[in-house]
Design a protein around this ligand. Structure first.
Ligand SMILES: [Zn+2]
Length: 149
């Protein structure tokens, strides 16, 4: 099952350049599995959980366009279904657009699984590999599970 595979990367921080390139490579590979007959705009995502597991996702479109689901969310749902609740990093690759950034809906879904401590690193594909930002930079003053506690 694509997106359900996991690979342990314990001991390798999501912030390390080598690991960042690994995650971005996984995102690029995932983009090849995207189902995008309408937009022809494939996107892949690869996230790392707090335990070091990696999950991938790709966008899946639908003839009823509004039902399309983004790569980031398919990856998040795969991780959540495997029992993970904290995502420390996510790489997003869109072969047709460098620096493609998660949409608003995905930012909110990512926030649901933001690390309890520290930031979620977001890697965007760039000419020389990737550039990093954080979820809180992309979604400031987010409403999330802690607001309901
Ligand atoms: Zn999205």
């Amino acid at each position: 099952m694509r997106g359900g595979s996991s690979e342990s990367n314990e001991g390798v921080g999501a912030g390390s350049p080598t690991h960042g390139l690994f995650l971005m490579g996984q995102a690029r590979e995932a983009a090849a599995a995207a189902y995008v007959p309408y937009s022809r705009f494939p996107v892949g995502a690869a996230l790392q959980t707090a335990s070091g597991d990696v999950f991938t996702g790709a966008n899946v479109e639908n003839a009823s366009y509004g039902l399309t689901v983004c790569a980031e969310r398919t990856a998040v749902f795969a991780a959540a279904l495997a029992g993970h609740r904290e995502i420390v990093a996510i790489a997003v690759a869109a072969p047709r657009a460098l620096r493609a950034s998660p949409c608003g809906a995905c930012r909110q879904v990512l926030n649901e699984f933001a690390p309890v401590e520290g930031e979620m690193t977001v890697l965007l594909e760039s000419e020389d590999g990737y550039q990093t930002t954080t979820l809180s930079a992309l979604l400031p003053m987010a409403f999330g599970p802690r607001d309901l506690a």
